[in-house]
Ligand binder design. Structure first.
Ligand code: C2E
Ligand code: MG
Ligand code: MG
Length: 674
């Protein structure tokens, strides 16, 4: 209405009245009002065009109707003027509108950002260029025990840490370091990670992300669980689970580190302690008691540990101790004596009073000359010597031991070649029937002729082969040879073969025996297997099963060297045995000692009713044979009196020989009977 009125007023003044003053007043009024249109009505584009048209249309029409060119031109100017007003209003509207929606969007983004920030599992603070906190999230407030994130705003990292120090949770030195590191990293625009360890056991990981000129960010993460797991893993990787002592790897690492520092010409020592007969404790009293013993030893050794004495468990029943800065050989020896004495005391384990007995080997050397692996080998060599020397003692390494070790290594290599080249020999020692004084059987014994050292005793090379894990190859070879030879001998002569404890670890030997029997066609009852008590001790159930299977094949089984091992009489009636071979040590003094004689008689009397035949080994003199014939009456006898081991053809030749003293023995026998 207002616009129409002012517009009509202009029209009247321009076209109808034509008075210069009125015209000027109308135009002023009109244009003055139009100026406000954009400011007042920008919200509605329609309102703006209605208003502007109502003002300008009568002005334009009035001017045009005046009919002369200048007025018509003036009238046409109203068109762009109209457009200017309308677009100005539209622009104003656009500017204000986007300001309003922009604000709303910004608020929305800020809310989302806040939500994201406050639900983060990590603490986060953003620092401004002066190092003060500009943004903090809820977790950051929680970690530093502030009531809300707002309480952190404006503070510096240092002041946050001061709170922790004041509360006794953080160490001042550690905080200074962390703060300095973070500040430098942020300043230099580097990313940095570091740990803060709280006194209450928590661990925080701080990571800084530099933002250049913008805000730097520091993220706090509570990594207590991770650190604890890592520590546990590290502990498990470095320490023994049962005793808590350093394990082999960690010991190695620690000692290497110690050796790398300090005076190069100082003396250092290494000792290896090994329990004697630990296996027996495990076997007889059970593994928990075995563990108890290990623990007790560890405890005692650990009592000697200090910064110069590093104690470790190397595995099983073996402990390794390193001595740094040893003053003299004398001091080292007396230190070892002390430790050794402390170890020998009795311990009560689950009601079992046990005496700990161990052996040790030790080495002393200059720090500059020590290589941990090499000196451990030397300590081991000294330990073997101590064990050989009757156990329960210790030995200091000497150079001669190394030489012995080297020659042993060489011998091992030679033995391996000999086994591969099948250059071992088998010889046969006659076993004589006491009844007929003729060969009833013979024992296959392995021989190794070393190209340089000459014949080597099986007592030497059999344990070597066992250690090297090639004993089963030897056993298989001897079984095969024995079967091949035995079929050639007269029917009444059988052959016996020694098996090692290690042969009973798996079934391979059983297959080898079957093969040997099958390929030669030897009657199984002509083959006898000799087992020692140690073989039976190893893994009773498995050994027993193999023996049963052998027995099922028809092979006979003899218990060798009876009386030297554990000599459990229960073997005699629980195992599927056919024969007992009494060790020659009982025969040595049988001519002088009534006790030995009684023992021999006892075993024979015990074995007969069980259906076992008895062989007495090591008959060397006629005297011994006479006593055997008169008093002991074994079924069979073996020994140098009847001859040492012969070749296979030698046995064939002797197969019908009746030993010349047969008649005399029969007389003795006869006299004894009457
Ligand atoms: P062993 O099974 O007790 O064999 C008897 C050993 O006593 C043989 O020693 C034999 O030569 C020796 N001997 C026989 N009669 C007498 C005697 O009157 N006086 C003395 N002082 N000794 C006598 P050898 O051949 O040196 O064998 C030693 C041990 O080596 C054997 O003891 C046996 O345990 C083992 N052995 C030998 N050959 C083999 C084999 O092929 N396999 C396995 N696993 N062990 C073998
Ligand atoms: Mg034997
Ligand atoms: Mg024997």
């Amino acid at each position: 209405m207002q616009a129409v009125a002012i517009g009509l007023f202009c029209f009247t003044a321009i076209y109808l009245i034509v008075d210069p003053f009125t015209q000027m007043a109308a135009i002023y009024l009109c244009f003055g009002s139009i100026v406000t249109v954009a400011g007042r009505n920008y919200g509605s584009p329609r309102m703006v065009s209605v208003f502007t048209s109502a003002f300008l249309l009568p002005v334009g029409v009035g001017l045009a109707l005046r009919g002369d060119i200048p007025h018509i031109l003036l009238g046409l100017i109203m068109v762009p003027f109209y457009l200017i007003v309308v677009t100005t209003a539209a622009q104003v509207r656009q500017v204000l509108f986007s300001a309003v929606t922009g604000h709303r969007q910004a608020r929305q983004i800020a809310q989302r950002f806040d939500r994201a920030l406050n639900t983060m599992p990590h603490g986060l603070v953003m620092l401004d260029s002066t190092g003060r906190i500009a943004v903090a999230n809820a977790e950051a407030a929680h970690i530093v025990a502030a009531r809300s994130p707002d309480n952190l705003i404006g503070r510096s990292l240092k002041s946050l840490m001061m709170r922790g120090i004041a509360a006794g949770l953080l160490d001042a030195g550690e905080c200074d370091f962390a703060e300095a590191q973070l500040a430098t990293a942020l300043r230099e625009g580097r990313d940095r990670k570091l740990f803060l360890n709280f006194r209450d056991g928590r661990h925080l990981e701080l990571s800084s992300r530099a933002g250049g000129d913008e805000l730097g960010v520091v993220i706090f993460e509570d990594v207590t669980a991770r650190v604890e797991t890592e520590e546990k893993v590290r502990f498990m990787a470095s320490f023994d689970g049962l005793t808590g002592l350093a394990n082999r790897a960690f010991f190695h690492e620690t000692v290497t580190k110690i050796l790398a520092t300090g005076e190069r010409q100082r003396l250092c020592g290494l000792a290896v302690f090994d329990l004697d007969d630990f296996k027996t404790i495990n076997d007889t009293l059970g593994h928990p008691v075995g563990d108890g013993v290990i623990y007790a030893v560890a405890e005692r050794l650990n009592a000697f540990a200090d910064e110069d004495v590093i104690v470790s468990r190397f595995g099983g029943d073996e402990f390794m101790v390193f001595f740094n800065n040893v003053t003299s050989e004398y001091a080292f020896k007396s230190h070892l004596e002390q430790i050794f004495a402390a170890l020998q005391e009795d311990v009560d384990i689950a009601g079992n009073m046990l005496r700990i007995q161990c052996s040790a080997g030790a080495v002393l050397a200059l720090a500059s000359e020590i290589d941990v692996d090499q000196i451990a080998v030397k300590a081991d060599l000294a330990l073997y010597r101590a064990k050989d020397g009757g156990k329960a003692g210790w030995r200091l390494f000497e150079a001669s031991m190394d030489a012995a070790f080297r020659s042993r290594q060489i011998m091992k290599a030679d033995l391996r070649s000999a086994v591969e080249a099948r250059s071992l020999r088998v010889v046969y020692q006659p076993i004589i029937s006491m009844e007929s004084m003729r060969i009833s059987s013979c024992e296959a014994l392995c021989r190794w002729d070393h190209p340089e050292l000459g014949p080597i005793s099986p007592a030497v090379f059999i344990p070597l082969a066992e250690e090297m894990g090639i004993i089963s190859q030897i056993s298989a070879f001897v079984v095969a040879q024995a079967c091949i030879e035995c079929v050639k001998w007269p029917e009444q002569i059988s052959v016996s073969v020694n098996l090692s404890a290690k042969d009973f670890r798996n079934r391979a030997i059983l297959d080898k025996i079957c093969d040997a029997l099958a390929s030669t066609g030897l009657a199984p009852h002509r083959l006898e297997i000799e087992v020692t008590e140690t073989a039976l001790l190893d893994d009773k159930a498995a050994t027993r099963m193999l023996l049963d299977e052998l027995k099922d094949l028809g092979v006979r089984i003899a218990l060798d060297d009876f009386g030297t091992g554990y000599s459990s009489l229960s073997y005699l009636h629980t195992l599927p045995l056919d024969k007992v071979k009494i060790d020659r040590s009982f025969l040595l003094d049988v001519t002088r000692s009534q006790r030995s004689l009684e023992f021999l008689k006892g075993i024979v009397n015990l074995s007969r009713p069980l259906g076992l035949s008895v062989t007495i080994e090591g008959v060397e003199t006629f005297e011994q044979l006479k006593i055997l014939a008169r008093e002991v009456k074994p079924d069979l006898a073996q020994g140098f009196l009847f001859g040492a081991a012969l070749t296979a053809s030698g046995i064939d030749t002797m197969s019908n020989t009746v030993w010349p003293f047969a008649t005399e023995i029969r007389r003795v026998d006869h006299a004894a009977r009457h």
